[in-house]
Design a protein around this ligand. Sequence first.
Ligand code: NAP
Length: 291
Amino acid sequence: MNCVDNINGKTSVYAVIGCPVKHSFSPVIHNTLAKVLEHNLTYNTFEVKPEGLDAAILGAYELGIQGLNVTIPHKQEVMKCLCSIDDLAMQIGAVNTLKYTDKGYKGYNTDAYGLKACLDFQGIKLIDKTVVVIGAGGAARSACIMLAAQKVKKIFIVNRTIEKGNDISENIKKYYSTDVEVLTYEGLDTIDTIDVCIQTTSVGMSPNNEESPIVSSDFFEKVSVAVDIIFNPWKTAFLEDAEKMGCTTINGFDMLYFQAIKSYEIWNDIEIPYDIKTQVKEILELYYTKN
Ligand code: NAP
């Protein structure tokens, strides 16, 4: 048996906080990146209940935890615990990455970056495109700000609860002049051509693998690229239908991976070389699909 020599007194600690959080794949991503890049850090999960959030952030700071990812249900609430917030995170109104600074934690949102990077990776350009975002929860909110920042031609937000779609639309209009239309599912027929359709609801997530927010697969006749930000199952019913109708399809794994990459880069003040990003992505994809 060999001694553990890669974790010692100088190891920096990082973690994701959320509730629940033990299922998170982020520790595998970050610890793999640290191993490949030979950084002396470790990344864990801490389950933090809503009533314990303020104390957890204060405690983490006092302990010198260098960076945190923040997931459901704390992405908005955590903003009041920070010393400063990056502009994009401010526009989105949610934070998923905290970086230790002398004055406290600074907040960032790398979810939006993750979605953009996942489309970039597939060579999909957004400028002047017509994009449909299905859903109007937290993930849709960050997706829409990213799309507006990328100067898409028009964003259609489609949601069961129209008020939430309207709320996102109003938020976009505070910062961008993007054309935005909010629809319920009945309104989908009114859209002619869709360059990119991004599914951001939780419908179709395991164990409800056979469910899709899009009932008729004919819808995909007018879609070129279909993205589902869910990655469990690997191929949702939404993506299966889209694939059958000839769309290019992308699942949520790359978004998760690239948001993690961006957090890692922010924490360590580095830009990870492209070949390492792709090499680690392949290793993680293989690991994830086999486990
Ligand atoms: P959220 O804020 O709770 O929003 C949930 C959305 O799903 C809302 O638009 C909601 O519509 C819709 N919805 C839920 N049940 C529905 C149903 N039965 N029929 C129609 N619509 C329904 O959640 P979120 O944080 O945005 O996350 C959404 C999904 O994205 C989750 O599956 C999450 O795991 C995934 N995600 C993935 C990544 C990634 O990196 N790949 C990152 C973030 C999130 P109403 O408004 O009408 O309730």
